[in-house]
Write a protein that binds this ligand. Structure first.
Ligand code: HEC
Ligand code: HEC
Ligand code: HEC
Ligand code: HEC
Length: 234
């Protein structure tokens, strides 16, 4: 953006600048209720994952061995601890995301929007594109979804939880850090190419019918679709 059209009064220009910046960057979270209603197959599969159960792991008496090994107190309840919930819920402290004081059951755990991006805006495009496809057999460019905040690269989102620790090779680190680092146990090293193919941790993949077309698409999109199952109606 340019400030060239900014003539005094300066306060006015500043307000204009802020509005343009936030309009471009901030997308609201919405919770998984709506996503799950239209994507029942992915939802059922995701429900079985550790991501879905991630908030449970913070409770006293859960995962006691892992906690001890990482220097945490297994008898302590961490499920309302600000230093923990950010990576064990969806959109913590963001517009529409998880709140400790007023927890919505649709943002508990690492949900759809943790990976696919905050969905309040792009989920409307899914409905619209789907209606258009049914009526006119016309596909919608995927780019419209990316413009509405949908994620197609994934790696930065995964890294913000999995690679966020002191001494991490990832450049975006900031506190609070994960206590589960490769130093605690090499099994906590994050290998994106391997992990993103772990259907037991994401969800199983189901065949898309062509409602969306074109870039952006992750490198593994075709690979997943080639072996995807048909989505069931219920
Ligand atoms: C009104 C129903 C509806 C809602 C609500 C909805 N979707 Fe969709 N979504 C669709 C349809 C229809 C498609 C196209 C499927 C196809 O091509 O067969 C789609 C496609 C997708 C795709 C694949 C995009 C691609 O690359 O082609 C993803 C990922 C997705 N949805 C995730 C979500 C998430 C996450 C939410 C919640 C924030 C959500 N959807 C909400 C109906 C919906
Ligand atoms: C909001 C934070 C967050 C995001 C984003 C996230 N994860 Fe996770 N992930 C977790 C947490 C927390 C666990 C542990 C869940 C538990 O058992 O309590 C986990 C567990 C996993 C596991 C299982 C690890 C094991 O030891 O078997 C895999 C694999 C994984 N994530 C891959 C990914 C990938 C790939 C992405 C991006 C596409 C991703 N995650 C995005 C927080 C996140
Ligand atoms: C920066 C993100 C982040 C923060 C903050 C965070 N975690 Fe996690 N946590 C993760 C990720 C990612 C995993 C999955 C690691 C894996 O399996 O590779 C995880 C896994 C866990 C597990 C399961 C470990 C296992 O081996 O099964 C427990 C328990 C846990 N976290 C507790 C906590 C507690 C307690 C706090 C706060 C003191 C906390 N986490 C803060 C990201 C985070
Ligand atoms: C831990 C990360 C993660 C979470 C959580 C997650 N997804 Fe996905 N999802 C992915 C990845 C990676 C793909 C593959 C994208 C591609 O092939 O273009 C995908 C693909 C999809 C697709 C496209 C069709 C398919 O099955 O591959 C839909 C629809 C979808 N997800 C919906 C959901 C919904 C609904 C939820 C929540 C109930 C959810 N996802 C939770 C990572 C995640």
């Amino acid at each position: 953006m340019t400030l060239s059209r900014c003539v005094p009064p300066i306060v006015f220009c500043f307000a204009f600048f802020i509005i343009s910046v936030s309009a471009a960057d901030d997308f609201e979270y919405d919770g998984r209720k709506k996503c799950s209603g239209c994507h029942k197959s992915q939802y059922k599969s995701w429900k079985q994952t550790g991501h879905a159960m991630a908030l449970e792991s913070l409770r006293a008496g859960e995962k006691t061995e892992a906690k001890e090994k990482a220097g945490l107190d297994p008898a302590k309840d961490y499920s309302e601890d600000k230093k923990c919930v950010g990576c064990h819920t969806t959109g913590f402290d963001m517009e529409g995301g998880y709140e400790i004081e007023d927890p919505s059951k649709y943002t508990v755990g690492v949900g759809c929007e943790s990976c696919h991006g905050p969905g309040k805006k792009y989920r409307r495009s899914h409905r619209k594109a789907s209606d258009q496809f049914d009526k006119e057999k016309k596909s919608t460019p995927r780019q419209t979804l990316a413009d509405a905040g949908e994620e197609f690269e994934f790696i930065e989102r995964c890294s913000s939880c999995h690679m966020n620790y002191e001494g991490s090779p990832w450049s975006g680190t900031k506190e609070p850090y994960t206590p589960f680092t490769p130093k605690v146990d090499p099994k906590y090293s994050f290998d994106f190419e391997k992990y993103v193919r772990d259907e037991k941790a994401m969800h199983k993949h189901f065949k898309l019918t062509g409602v969306f077309e074109g870039p952006p698409q992750p490198a593994f999109h075709k690979e997943f679709q080639d072996t995807a199952e048909s989505a069931s109606a219920e």
